[in-house]
Design a protein around this ligand. Structure first.
Ligand code: PLP
Length: 370
C-alpha cells in the first residue's frame, strides 16, 4: 500500500476515476443493440482492471456475470453478489467443481476432462452447464463432431442441472471483413439445429458488428468499459462512454535549449528552445512503455504530444503549444476526451491490455452521477 499523504503531494500522482453511470449507460447500449437477447456482462480480470465488485454492483441490470476463473466467481459470491454467474473457462479439479455446486456458479464445459469429472462427482446441488463448442478458434471447447455426444453425456449426468446451453467463441469478429466469422457460424448452425436449447455466440465485436450472432445470450466485455471492440474503432462511434479516466499532474516544467536530449537514452532532442513538461505517470503505473514520441495526452484538456521514452514513474511532454502550463496542472492519459483505443494503437496494443495493466500503485476512485 502507498502511504496516504495529506495536502498537495497526494494530488500529484496518478488516479483512475471509474464512472459507474457510464458503465450502466454502456450496458444499456449493449441491450439496445441486441434487444431480444439476455446479457452476460463479462467482468473477468477484475472487470478489465476497473474493479470487479464495483462494476458488479453498478451493472445490476445484467442477467448474468461472466468470469474467466472460478476464484473470481467465488469472490463475488463471498462479497454478497447473488446474480447468476458463469465461469467461461469452467472448473479445474474436484474442489472447484464442489465450489461451483456450493455457490451455484454456472460452468462452461470445455473438455473431456471436465466432462468425466462431472460424471464421477456426487454433488449436493446440481450445477448449470454450458457446452462450449470449438468452431474454429482452437482454444477451448469440443470440436463440432464431438459436441452431440458430449451434450448427451451432460444431459444424462446426475450432477448437471438441465437444460444444457450451447456456446462458442469467435476469433475474428473485430474485423468485419474477415471470412472466418461466417465460417465459424456455419460450423455452429447444424449443432444449433440438432441440439437446440439456449445459444450464446457474441462477444462485444459480434454484438455490434454481427447481428446474426445475437441468439439468446450475448457476452459483452470491452464495450461495457466504453472502448470499441472493432479494429480501428472508437467507442464514441457506438455512443459508448469511457468508464476509466486515467489522470495525473505535471510535476515539473523544464525550459530546455535547442538540442537538449530528453529522457532515457536521449532518444529525443528538442528541435528548438522549448518547455518540456514532466508528468507523474509511467510504466510502473501501467502506462505502456511502448508508447512512442507523438502519443497524445491532454494537458489542461488540450492535446500535446509525449516525447522521449516512457520511464517507470514519469513521461515527458512537448509543451510548446502551452508555454503557460505549470506544476500541478491536470493531465489525462486516457478516458474522457482521450480515447484509450488511440493510445493503444500508438503503443501497438489494444485497450483491453491498457485497462488490465493499470497497477496497484494507481489510486482508484469512483463517481456515480445518476
Ligand atoms: C472475454 C470473453 C468475452 C468478452 O469479450 P469482449 O471482446 O471483451 O467483448 C466473451 N466471451 C468469452 C468466452 C470471453 O472469454
Amino acid at each position: 500500500m502507498v502511504t496516504e499523504f495529506n495536502g498537495k503531494q497526494q494530488l500529484l500522482r496518478p488516479e483512475a476515476l471509474i464512472d459507474l453511470a457510464a458503465a450502466r449507460h454502456n450496458l444499456n447500449c449493449a441491450k439496445s443493440a441486441a434487444p431480444s437477447s439476455k446479457v452476460i456482462a463479462v467482468i473477468k480480470s477484475n472487470a478489465y482492471g476497473h474493479g470487479m465488485l464495483r462494476i458488479a454492483k453498478a451493472l445490476e441490470a445484467a442477467d448474468t456475470f461472466g468470469l474467466a476463473r472460478m476464484e473470481e466467481a467465488v469472490s463475488l459470491r463471498q462479497a454478497g453478489i447473488e446474480k447468476r454467474l458463469l465461469v467461461l473457462e469452467g472448473f479445474f479439479g474436484r474442489d472447484e467443481l464442489e465450489a461451483a455446486s456450493h455457490y451455484q456458479i454456472e460452468l462452461a464445459v470445455n473438455s473431456p476432462e471436465q466432462l468425466s469429472l462431472l460424471e464421477r462427482s456426487q454433488l449436493r446441488q446440481r450445477v448449470g452447464c454450458w457446452l462450449k463448442v470449438d468452431t474454429g478458434m482452437h482454444r477451448l471447447g469440443f470440436p463440432p463432431n464431438a459436441a452431440p455426444r458430449a451434450h448427451m453425456r451432460l444431459s444424462s449426468c446426475a450432477s448437471v442441472r438441465p437444460p444444457i446451453r450451447l456456446m462458442t467463441h469467435l476469433a475474428s469478429a473485430d474485423d468485419l471483413q474477415d471470412a472466418a466469422t461466417d465460417q465459424q457460424i456455419q460450423r455452429f448452425l447444424p449443432l444449433i439445429g440438432q441440439l437446440g436449447g439456449e445459444i450464446s455466440i457474441a462477444n462485444s465485436a459480434a454484438l455490434l458488428g454481427w447481428p446474426q450472432t445475437h441468439y439468446d445470450w450475448v457476452r459483452p466485455g470491452i464495450m461495457l468499459y466504453g472502448a470499441s471492440p472493432l479494429l480501428g474503432g472508437r467507442g464514441e462511434r457506438h455512443e459508448l462512454k469511457p468508464v476509466m479516466t486515467l489522470s495525473s499532474r505535471l510535476i515539473a516544467v523544464n525550459r530546455c535549449a535547442s538540442g537538449d536530449a530528453v529522457g532515457y537514452g536521449g532518444s529525443w532532442r528538442c528541435p528548438e528552445a522549448m518547455p518540456v513538461g514532466v508528468v507523474s505517470i509511467g510504466y510502473g503505473d501501467g502506462y505502456p512503455r511502448h508508447a512512442p514520441t507523438g502519443t497524445p495526452l491532454l494537458v489542461n484538456g488540450r492535446r500535446v504530444p509525449m516525447v522521449g521514452r516512457v520511464s517507470m514513474d514519469m513521461v515527458t511532454v512537448d509543451l510548446r503549444s502551452q508555454p503557460e502550463a505549470k506544476v500541478g496542472d491536470p493531465v489525462i492519459l486516457w478516458g474522457r476526451g482521450m480515447p484509450a483505443e488511440e493510445i493503444a494503437e500508438a503503443a501497438g496494443t489494444i485497450a483491453y491490455e491498457l485497462f488490465c495493466g493499470v497497477t496497484q500503485r494507481v489510486r482508484f476512485s469512483e463517481e456515480d452521477l445518476g
